[in-house]
Ligand binder design. Structure first.
Ligand code: HEC
Length: 159
């Protein structure tokens, strides 16, 4: 009984937070890069002009508040407002998640040549998720090309 509980805990730990060395390196690289880029100077995502109650961060979480920033690649494509079916390579989001006033996590998603990667860090920069974690994909697959905060420009017309 006890042993199976331990096994279950170990299994859930591994399946939730398993990262390869490459994932951790990629997470470290992106964390350094978003800070060098000073992501708080990025434009805020439409609909998230200020800290906003999250639509849904994690099933277990209630009352998470988010700041969502997007880089100039996304800014330009929204400005152009042409119908698209994919976000451009180079698109980058950074999201800060708060429980009430408490800063909990930093998250990011970036569109690379071979698709989106998803990262999550503790507030001290230690990676919690990186790469293509199933937990992130499960929810983000429901968005327009993996983006949940907003739809494609003119999405009704492009569908
Ligand atoms: C339970 C569903 C769910 C899960 C799981 C989830 N997300 Fe999200 N995510 C959302 C929703 C909904 C939004 C829209 C903004 C908001 O309400 O936070 C979002 C927004 C984001 C954004 C801003 C860009 C965008 O797509 O709108 C980033 C970055 C992000 N999530 C990263 C992650 C990462 C990294 C993970 C995995 C560690 C993850 N998310 C897991 C639902 C989820």
């Amino acid at each position: 009984m006890k042993l199976s509980l331990v096994a279950l805990l170990v299994f859930s730990f591994l399946s939730l937070s398993f990262m390869t060395l490459k994932d951790v390196n990629d997470a470290d690289e992106l964390y350094a890069r978003i800070n060098e880029l000073n992501y708080k100077q990025f434009a805020r995502a439409p609909g998230f002009e200020e800290r906003t109650l999250a639509i849904q961060h994690n099933e277990g979480d209630q009352d998470m508040y988010v700041d969502i920033y997007m880089n100039e690649v996304l800014e330009k494509v929204l400005e152009a407002n042409d119908p698209i079916e994919q976000w451009p390579v180079g698109s980058l989001f950074v999201k800060e998640a708060y429980r009430d006033e408490e800063f909990m996590h930093i998250l990011a998603s970036e569109k690379l040549e071979d698709g989106w990667v998803f990262m999550q860090w503790r507030t001290d920069g230690v990676a919690e998720f990186a790469g293509k974690p199933q937990v992130c994909l499960n929810c983000h697959m429901k968005g327009d090309d993996m983006v949940r905060a907003f739809r494609f420009p003119q999405y009704q017309k492009s569908k």
